[in-house]
Design a protein around this ligand. Structure first.
Ligand code: ATP
Length: 234
């Protein structure tokens, strides 16, 4: 469904992505694991059109994805950025409705709003509250809910567990699994390799801008090098 081929990205003299190849198939959860500065956010930002690669090609359903970010969203690829970035001075409901700004199907938008509230009852309780007053975990739920309001085909999630208390981390990962069960396709970027691998079908390890390992998530989780570097085992 989504194909990233030989993508090279530079920030001035820094070669941030070095010939990256990844594939995401429909209905999968694919995770990219890697430490701080490995290039994970750069990869997501390149897929969503925020960064233009110097070399390489990204295709979606066999079509080149060399488009501006809003056109990529319109194609059904929606990113939930790192740090959540909700609109603090808007209510929870208005934040969610903004996620549907490209749509005109009012009745379906209302139905989707109810679906998001079913997935995140906490957001329904706080529907009229300003987003800035929510806890970190609630803001993460809101950021994911807002992405879902655009009826995306692929959701790109950048570090959804960052800065969350352990219990909330579990909640968020369970919700990501629910999204898959509902038919969503998910590309997940995480430093929390242990949790990410538990819920993923396949995974890639990104190190200093290069994919150094790829495969079935269970195989990656049992790889001794991965265990030592990312799972805290020796
Ligand atoms: P993190 O988990 O900290 O977000 P990451 O794996 O997402 O890390 P990136 O943010 O993609 O990594 O960064 C990859 C490399 O590119 C790093 O060396 C980083 O310092 C560099 N980099 C990222 N953004 C920029 C920028 N705007 N200008 C210059 N260098 C950048």
């Amino acid at each position: 469904m989504l194909n990233v081929k030989n993508v090279n990205v530079y920030y001035g003299g820094i070669h941030a992505l070095k010939g990256v190849d990844i594939v995401v198939n429909k209905g999968e959860i694919v995770s990219i694991i890697g430490s701080n500065g490995a290039g994970k956010s750069t990869l997501l930002n390149t897929i969503s059109g925020i960064i233009k690669p110097k070399e390489g090609e990204i295709t979606y359903k066999d079509e080149k994805l060399n488009l501006s970010p809003h056109k990529i969203v319109a194609k059904g690829i929606c990113q939930v950025p790192e740090g959540r970035l909700v609109f603090a001075n808007l209510t929870v409901k208005d934040n969610l409705l903004l996620g549907a700004y490209l749509r005109k199907d009012k009745k379906e938008i209302e139905e989707d709003l109810q679906k998001v509230f079913d997935i995140f009852p906490r957001l329904l309780e706080r529907e009229k509250q300003f987003a800035g007053t929510l806890s970190g975990g609630e803001q993460q739920m809101l950021a994911i809910g807002r992405a879902l309001m655009g009826r995306p085909e692929i959701v790109l999630l950048d570090e959804p567990s960052l800065g969350l208390a352990p219990l909330l981390v579990d909640t968020i990962f369970n919700i990501i699994l629910d999204l898959k069960r509902m038919g969503n396709t998910i590309l997940l970027v995480e430093q929390n390799a242990f949790k990410a691998l538990q819920i993923s079908d396949r995974a890639y390890v990104l190190e200093q801008g290069k994919i150094t390992l790829e495969g079935d998530a269970k195989e990656i989780a049992s790889n001794p090098k991965v265990q030592e570097a990312y799972l805290g085992k020796k």
